[in-house]
Design a binder for this molecule. Structure first.
Ligand code: G4P
Length: 286
């Protein structure tokens, strides 16, 4: 796949430094992934930075992902020895299970302290993930009516606070932002169309063309039904966009399909989930 993103290495250095500082403050990390792109929304560098800290994977936006593929991904994570929980932070589904899972993976940490004679020390947690994956939405849900504790601890930047989210569990209210991996164009594309990368740094038209091509392979019927445009296997991405434009009345004077307009429409429908439930990262790709 040919897909380019204009990317400045300086951003990564800054994000990495910030993440390292934050990680020092916590015992457990929740890595939030987008269920539509579980492979592309992770960052292998996190594993290096974590050392021995326990990590839990929260597969978010399951309401927008293909449910069959989500379950396959879930099994893949489990087979790799990871603790993983499905969540839909938009509605709050799965959050109780998430808290129980955090308490479970934090047990070895508490036991270590108990052995040293330290009692009742809260477990500190933070949420990390690529932009737009839903970190703030989860934090807001977890904060709810819970108590906010002023940040009076060393190393905590002003403005950062701890929130008691369950008995003995404190959450850092500032999420850790993971930078996307850009070496693989396929990953860059997945991050771009799902909204993890700002539109100024990629070609929107190219991204939507690739999206349409990809959706045609696994979800042709869904697209045809959604837009009332019959899609054939032989159709190119441009043919499909033209058909959608015609079906949806995205036309310029003279009845010419308005490609720019239809590109915006498809991208918005995809990102909001109105187009359907799709998973772009195929679980069976090696
Ligand atoms: P971030 O902190 O990781 O950058 O992400 P943030 O929480 O800001 O969430 C990004 C967008 O994703 C928000 O939508 C949020 O509502 C949406 N979102 C979060 N979790 C879920 C989920 O499980 N399902 C769905 N469908 N959406 C989710 P937005 O349109 O950017 O903002 P808003 O209009 O909702 O405020």
């Amino acid at each position: 796949m040919d897909f380019k993103i204009q990317w400045f290495p300086g951003h990564m250095t800054k994000a990495k430094r910030m993440m390292e500082t934050q990680l020092k403050l916590v015992d457990v990390v929740i890595e939030m992934l987008d269920a539509r792109i579980p492979r592309s929304s992770t960052n292998p560098m996190l594993l290096e930075m974590l050392g021995n800290k326990p990590k839990l994977v929260a597969l978010n936006k399951i309401d927008m992902a293909d449910p069959v593929k989500t379950d396959t991904w879930l099994q893949i994570f489990k087979n790799n020895g990871l603790t993983v929980v499905k969540v839909d932070c938009a509605t709050g589904k799965g959050i109780k299970q998430l808290i129980s899972a955090v308490q479970e993976i934090a047990k070895p940490v508490s036991e270590k302290w108990a052995k040293k004679g330290v009692k009742n020390r809260p477990i500190r947690v933070m949420i990390v993930g690529v932009p737009n994956v839903g970190k703030s939405t989860l934090i807001n849900r977890l904060v709810g009516k819970n108590k906010v504790i002023a940040a009076d601890r060393p190393g905590v930047t002003r403005g950062q606070q701890w929130i008691t989210i369950a008995k003995g569990l404190e959450l850092l209210d500032t999420p850790g932002v993971l930078w996307p991996k850009f070496d693989d164009p396929e990953i860059g594309f997945c991050l771009a169309v799902t909204g993890a990368i700002k539109e100024e740094v990629f070609d929107r038209e190219q991204a939507v063309m690739l999206l349409v091509e990809k959706l045609k392979i696994n979800y042709s019927k869904e697209i045809s039904d959604k837009y009332g445009a019959e899609i054939l296997e032989t159709d190119s991405a441009e043919d499909i966009l033209r058909k959608i434009a015609t079906a949806r009345g995205c036309l310029k004077t003279g009845g010419i399909p308005d490609i720019e307009k239809v590109i915006q429409l498809v991208l918005r429908d995809f990102r909001t989930g109105r187009l359907g439930r799709f998973t772009l990262d195929n679980p069976d790709r090696k």
